[in-house]
Ligand binder design. Structure first.
Ligand code: FES
Length: 112
């Protein structure tokens, strides 16, 4: 079980949020269970980048990203060195601070 602190996002959680993950639960699943409507266009099958998060604290305590995840992340809007796909990120335990990027790739392509 891990403790996730989500930084404020203008649309999805303006005041930020805090929640815990259950055993073998991804950050994406835990966020959805906690009422945060994080995008997950491919239904968490590691085939899109809409569940992109940036891990501000605790990055090195996470499971390693697979090659598929790394390849997909290259296409994510606002990629940073500590970026992950939240549906592929399953923290064992510990404290993590996570930021949702301002946009997802879907929103960017809809707007332009
Ligand atoms: S929901 Fe598509 S990669 Fe996570």
């Amino acid at each position: 079980m891990a403790y996730i602190k989500l930084l404020p996002h203008f649309e999805l959680c303006p005041d930020g949020a805090e929640f815990e993950t259950l055993k073998d639960e991804s950050i994406c699943e835990a966020a959805l269970r906690s009422g945060i409507k994080i995008e997950h266009a491919c239904e968490m099958s590691c085939a899109c980048t809409t569940c992109h998060i940036i891990v501000r604290d605790g990055f090195n305590n996470l499971n390693e990203a697979s090659e598929d995840e790394e390849d997909l992340l290259d296409k994510a809007w606002g990629l940073e060195p500590n970026s992950r796909l939240s549906c592929q990120t399953i923290p064992d335990d510990g404290n993590f601070t996570v930021e949702l990027p301002k946009y997802t790739i879907n929103q960017v392509s809809e707007d332009h």
